[in-house]
Design a protein around this ligand. Structure first.
Ligand code: AMP
Length: 431
């Protein structure tokens, strides 16, 4: 199905052709016809499926058909996304799509200067892409008004909820007078997400691309059981031995990220950092170096790397298993994109075995274990047998992170406890 056959204007099709887009992806095929007609959309689609174009092209086309002069501090379309990187990426994509039409695009996120954002907002913006936190600051300062908002998009809504943006979303909604055409995109579903969708959407068209909580078919999953203190060596060993050229490594803590990068550099592997303590400009530079191939490895924390589109990424490594099984799906979403083969490699220490069990349940796949000679964990079998006989393990096996019974409040509590335990551990170690 071509973009021209969908009735997009020649100027939009020309820009899409320059982006290399010829045919609609499955999520675009499903969402675009409904969105073009003004319907609300609830879409379950993972990253890498082409969802940005799925929600933004119908908005752009409707704006082209109904041009309006920009009015001071007014916004026609608001797109909310959880992280600055994702906001930046969405805005960048939309700028490409609108290259030949008169539509203004602005991005607003924390960590960048308020004043330059303020100037853009004051002039009026057609499409505003924003993180909820910074947007509220601008709302409170009166830099922006949603009185004439026509389109509203929530991208990676599940992640916004996980990051505690629910009250920010409610505050933003209070500033919106009429019901704009609303589209909600999420990689995973949960009871809290469904409740939000019910609140925000009117008779939405439901779109599901791939089974919920699944990973792309083009990803080969592998687990290396390894002791925690051997992970750094194992990473260098695998990168060198297998000659991996572009590797995104996920860790759970900034400290780990710093240590891993230091170690890789000592081994002569060019690696860059992407975590929340780094300034926006440094993160951008790291990403550029990684994308261009100047750096072979990027070591990132979950939030910082959320939603990043790094095309054709061949290898994603979970140096630490994520706290939530759903995050495995998000992380792995960066590889195996657009039909290319990807490799998802996870280092699993004895303490992380339970998370692995949950991940396997969620993705409904048993992940292949590979032992690398010299890196076998010490007495793993004995420990597993002991763990499996514990009542807590049995109880946990009967749950999944996404089950209806398990509220997200519970999940967050578990998450908070895990962080607390880890930070206690870190403090003790430091002390
Ligand atoms: P997204 O899921 O929006 O992050 O998109 C993933 C990648 O697919 C991005 O690099 C897009 O530029 C690309 N993409 C989106 N739609 C198409 C299309 N119709 N044809 C080719 N590439 C696309």
């Amino acid at each position: 199905m071509s973009f021209l056959s969908q009735g997009f204007s020649a100027d939009i099709v020309r820009a899409l052709t320059e982006c290399g887009y010829e045919k609609l992806t499955p999520v675009q095929q499903q969402a675009i016809p409904h969105a073009r007609r003004g319907a609300d959309i609830l879409a379950h689609a993972q990253t890498g499926t082409g969802k940005t174009a799925a929600f933004s092209l119908p908005i752009i086309q409707q704006m082209v058909e109904n041009p309006q002069s920009r009015r001071r501090s007014q916004v026609r379309a608001l797109i909310l996304a959880p992280t600055r990187e994702l906001v930046d990426q969405i805005a960048h994509n939309i700028e490409n799509y609108t290259k030949y039409v008169d539509i203004s695009v602005a991005a607003v996120f924390g960590g960048a200067k308020m004043s330059s954002q303020e100037r853009k907002l004051n002039a009026g913006v057609d499409v505003l892409v924003a993180t909820p936190g910074r947007l509220i600051e601008h709302l409170e300062l009166g830099n922006i008004s949603f009185a004439s908002l026509e389109f509203l998009v929530f991208d990676e809504a599940d992640r916004m909820l996980d990051m505690g943006f629910i009250s920010a979303i409610r505050t933003i909604m209070n500033g919106i007078a009429q019901h704009p055409q609303t589209m909600l995109f999420s990689a995973t579903s949960s009871p809290q997400m469904n409740a939000l969708a019910q609140d925000l959407l009117r008779k939405p068209k439901r779109i599901i691309v791939n089974a919920e909580n699944s990973t792309a078919d083009t990803v080969a999953h592998v687990v290396y059981p390894v002791d925690e203190d051997r992970k750094r060596e194992l990473l260098s060993e695998l990168i060198g031995r297998k000659n991996w050229q572009q590797v995104l490594v996920f860790v759970n803590y900034k400290e780990t990220a710093n240590e891993v990068v230091k170690e890789l550099k000592l081994d002569g592997i060019n690696a860059v950092l992407c975590h929340g303590d780094k300034a926006q400009s440094a993160r951008r530079r790291a990403l550029d170096e990684f994308k261009s191939g100047k750096a072979r490895v990027m070591v990132a924390t979950e939030v910082a790397a959320r939603g990043l589109d790094i095309q054709g990424l061949p290898h994603v490594v979970n140096y630490d298993m994520p706290f939530l099984a759903e995050d495995y799906v998000h992380r792995i979403g960066r590889t195996g994109r657009a039909g290319q083969q990807g490799h998802a490699v996870s280092f699993v220490s004895r303490e992380e075995e339970l998370t692995l069990v949950q991940v396997e349940k969620l993705i409904q796949q048993r992940i292949k274990r590979v032992q690398l000679a010299g890196y076998e964990p010490a007495s793993r079998d004995a420990l597993l047998t002991k763990m499996q006989s514990k009542p807590a393990y049995k109880d946990r096996q009967s749950r999944t992170n996404n089950s209806d019974e398990q509220s997200s409040a519970e999940r967050r509590l578990r998450f908070a406890r895990a962080i607390k335990n880890k930070s206690n551990k870190t403090t003790r170690l430091k002390g």
